[in-house]
Ligand binder design. Structure first.
Ligand SMILES: [Zn+2]
Length: 61
């Protein structure tokens, strides 16, 4: 499982391939973290120490 993660804020959103709503949520995440260091990482790299914002952004997408 892959995630888009902001290294500055230590927050991430899970990437769900084929989900249009998830694509919109990721766009929103990237917009709000623009200027920060965002990367695509494996879930195992963020599950500890990072906060999941997946539900929050999916609700808003
Ligand atoms: Zn950020």
């Amino acid at each position: 499982m892959k995630c888009r993660a902001c290294m500055a804020c230590k927050e991430y959103i899970i990437i769900k391939d084929g989900s249009y709503k998830n694509q919109k949520a990721i766009q929103l995440f990237e917009r709000e973290h623009s200027g920060h260091f965002i990367g695509t990482v494996d879930y195992t790299e963020v599950k500890e120490g990072y906060t999941s914002k997946t539900n929050e952004y999916m609700d808003r997408a």
